[in-house]
Structure formats: structure tokens, C-alpha cells
Design a protein around this ligand. Structure first.
Ligand code: PGA
Length: 247
């Protein structure tokens, strides 16, 4: 039994004041959520968000973590810094990091390994671009990214890792993959995990992400391979996010 996990990815949104407003509105709305709920907030909001949600059913997440323990890596953030603030989950390899900041599968792998070593739970993102989809490369791209991200990670760690399948063309565009397409590609990812890890892959949670919202959440969540969502735009409004979480 895989417990569904729905995570908000706030990206570069919400000052401390806005964080307080959003969480004040959100906390009472999702008290009865049956799934695991996470908010991945900007670094500047981690402390205040952590404080506000500590006695709730919402878990604290960040949006990246560096592979090195510490050192001369201007503007990066270390696992110890996140752990100190009570962070539990961390997004790694989001397509915006891959697209705009040149993150490679090797970097994603390094970040994931360090996160695990320090007790953080990675949410590892994979997904194809529109050109790759149209070129028939979806399966190749997601299996390559998956194998790259998990290089050297042992089977015992799988319980602490979530994969987010996010077709790049569906992120922030209002275009959602059909629930069938999303399910099929997630199956491809799960099969790749099974090739790498055998039966342990069955227990892994794989989310869908990309314009998931109150209107399409129920249909996506009903698919057998989809174990949750990584929610961008719709996580910025308490009411929308609560409707996704209560799908
Ligand atoms: P979106 O973003 O829901 O705004 O499409 C999802 C994501 O990038 O994680």
C-alpha cells in the first residue's frame, strides 16, 4: 500500500508575510487530508513555515540541497542547514533547475545521495520536454534521468525517496498530461526502478506534476500508478491546494 503524497512547490513565491497568510488559511482547510501533505517553501520561509506547521499534518520541504557538506558554493544550501530547520523533504532535479541552471543527472544524483545521508527525503523530478515527447523520446528520457538519479543509491533508501514525473510541457502551462498518458509514463519509470531494484520498486511513490489543479486532481489520483502530485501554481492559493489535497 503506497500512501499518496501531495506536495506544494511554491518555487520563488511568497515572502515571509505571504507565507504566514497562506499557511494560516491552509492549515484548517486540510486538517482531514487522507494523504501525506508537504509544502516546499523558499529558503527564507522555512523557519516561519516550520514553526507554523509543527503541530499540524503538513510536512516541511525545501526546493534544493547541495551535494557537498559545506564550503565555497555561493548561494547554495547544505543539508545540515535544512535539517537544522526541521526540513523533511527536498525537491531535487526540478525541470526548472535542469532547464535554467544547467543541472545534470550527475548533479541530481549527488544532491540525492547527500540528502539521504543526512536524513532528508528527496523528491526527485524527471520528465521530458515537448520536443522530446514529439520526437518519441519520452521513455528514453525518463528512464535515463531515473537511472542517473539513482546511481549508487541502495534499495533500503527507496522508502525515503519520492519520484515526481513532470512532463516539462505541462508545467505552468495549463496543459495537463491526460491521466492515461501520465499513468503510462509513470509505469515506465516504475518498470525502470524494478529493473534496477527488483520488487522494492513496488513500494516507491511516484507523483505526477504539471498543471495539476482542483479540476483534474481526482481523475489523476484515481490512476493506479499515480501516488500523488507535485503542485506548483495551484499550491499558491489555500483553497485550490486544499481541493487538490482533499481530491
Ligand atoms: P505547475 O508546476 O503545477 O504550476 O504546473 C508543477 C511543478 O513545477 O512542480
Amino acid at each position: 500500500m503506497r500512501i499518496p503524497i501531495i506536495a506544494g512547490n511554491w518555487k520563488m513565491n511568497n515572502t515571509i508575510r505571504e507565507t504566514k497568510e497562506l499557511l494560516d488559511a491552509l492549515i484548517p482547510l486540510i486538517r482531514d487530508a487522507k494523504c501525506e501533505v508537504v509544502v516546499c517553501v523558499p529558503y527564507t520561509s522555512i523557519a516561519v513555515a516550520g514553526d507554523m506547521i509543527k503541530d499540524t499534518n503538513i510536512k516541511l520541504g525545501a526546493q534544493n540541497v547541495h551535494w557537498a557538506g559545506k564550503g565555497a558554493f555561493t548561494a547554495e544550501i547544505s543539508a545540515d542547514m535544512l535539517v537544522e530547520l526541521g526540513v523533511e523533504y527536498v525537491i531535487i532535479g526540478h525541470s526548472e533547475r535542469r532547464q535554467y541552471f544547467g543541472e545534470t543527472d550527475a548533479m541530481v544524483n549527488g544532491r540525492a545521495k547527500t540528502a539521504l545521508l543526512k536524513g532528508l527525503k528527496p523528491i526527485i523530478c524527471v520528465g521530458e520536454t515537448l520536443a522530446e515527447r514529439e520526437g518519441g523520446l519520452t521513455e528514453k528520457v525518463v528512464t535515463t534521468q531515473t537511472a542517473g538519479a539513482f546511481n549508487g543509491i541502495d534499495a533500503e533508501s527507496l522508502a525515503n525517496i519520492v519520484i515526481a514525473y513532470e512532463p516539462v510541457w505541462a508545467i505552468g502551462t495549463g496543459k495537463t498530461a491526460t491521466s492515461q498518458d501520465a499513468n503510462d509514463t509513470i509505469k515506465v519509470i516504475r518498470d525502470e526502478m524494478a529493473r534496477l531494484y527488483g520488487a522494492a520498486a513496488d513500494a516507491m511513490r511516484i507523483q505526477y506534476g504539471g498543471s495539476m489543479n482542483p479540476k483534474n486532481a481526482a481523475e489523476l489520483m484515481a490512476m493506479p500508478e499515480i501516488d500523488g502530485g507535485l503542485i506548483g501554481g495551484a499550491s499558491l492559493k489555500a483553497e485550490d491546494f486544499s481541493k487538490v489535497v482533499l481530491y
